[in-house]
Design a protein around this ligand. Structure first.
Ligand SMILES: Cc1cc2nc3c(=O)[nH]c(=O)nc-3n(C[C@H](O)[C@H](O)[C@H](O)COP(=O)(O)O)c2cc1C
Length: 202
C-alpha cells in the first residue's frame, strides 16, 4: 500500500497527519480539475431556522474552502447577518464524507475572477439572467429571453452580482464507511495555532 493511500485510510492504525488539509488534499480534486465537487452548504436563516443548498466547491487551501454565488441570493443575506456556515461533501457510494464548520469571509477578488473564468457558458449566463422575475414567467417566454440574451451576449464579462466566500473551518470531520468494521470518523478541531484530533464513532 502506498503512503498516499494510507493517508486517507481512516481505518488504518497510526497517527493521522497533524494538518487536516493534508487529508483534504488526498480526498478532494485539485482546484484545476474541471469537475467541481457538489457540496451541501448550510447557513443560519435570518428567521433563525437552518438553511441549506447545493453549491460547487470552487477551490480550497489554507485560506478556506471557496464557493461562488449571486450577491442577490438568500445565502448571501444570511451570511451578512451571521458569517458562519457548514459544508458537507458526500462521495459516490456513500463511502466517504467530509463535514466542515466555520467562519465565512469574502473571497479575494482575484479568486472570484478565476472562479468566473472557470465556469461554463451556461453557468455564466445563469449568473447574469437567473432572477426571480425570469423564474415567474411562462416557459416559452423564459426560453425566448434566454436565447435572446445568449445571442446578444456571446462573450459576457463577469456579472456584477458574482461574489465568492471562503469557509474557514474551525472543525473538519472525515468519515469513512466500514465494510469489515464499523464506520469511523476523524475529527480535527482548531487548538491554538494548530489542530487537535480525535477518533469518533461513525
Ligand atoms: C448540483 C448543483 C450545483 C449548484 N451550484 C451552485 C453554485 O455553485 N452557486 C450557487 O449560487 N448556486 C448553485 N446551485 C443552486 C443552489 O443550490 C441554490 O438553489 C441557489 O444558489 C439559491 O440558493 P439560496 O436561495 O439558498 O441562496 C447549485 C445547485 C445544484 C443542484
Amino acid at each position: 500500500m502506498s503512503a498516499a493511500v494510507e493517508l486517507f485510510d481512516l481505518h488504518a492504525d497510526g497517527t493521522p497527519p497533524a494538518d487536516p488539509l493534508v487529508l483534504a488534499r488526498e480526498w478532494l480534486p485539485g482546484d484545476d480539475e474541471p469537475e467541481r465537487p457538489q457540496v451541501t452548504l448550510g447557513t443560519v436563516g435570518t428567521d433563525g431556522w437552518p438553511d441549506a443548498r447545493t453549491v460547487l466547491l470552487t477551490a480550497f487551501d489554507e485560506t478556506g474552502f471557496a464557493f461562488h454565488t449571486s450577491a442577490a441570493s438568500r445565502k448571501v443575506a444570511e451570511l451578512a447577518a451571521l458569517p458562519r456556515a457548514s459544508m458537507v461533501v458526500l462521495w459516490p457510494g456513500s463511502t466517504r464524507q467530509l463535514v466542515l464548520r466555520g467562519d465565512v469571509v469574502p473571497d479575494a477578488e482575484e479568486s472570484v475572477a478565476a472562479a468566473w473564468a472557470s465556469r461554463s457558458d451556461h453557468l455564466r449566463q445563469l449568473a447574469w439572467c437567473n432572477t426571480d422575475e425570469l423564474a415567474s414567467l411562462p416557459r416559452a417566454e423564459r426560453q425566448q429571453r434566454w436565447a435572446a440574451w445568449a445571442a446578444a451576449n456571446p462573450a459576457p464579462g463577469q456579472a456584477g452580482s458574482w461574489v465568492g466566500y471562503r469557509l474557514q473551518p474551525r472543525e473538519l470531520t472525515f468519515w469513512a464507511g466500514g465494510y469489515d468494521a464499523a464506520s469511523r470518523r476523524l475529527q480535527y478541531t482548531r487548538a491554538g495555532g494548530g489542530w487537535r484530533w480525535q477518533h469518533l464513532a461513525g
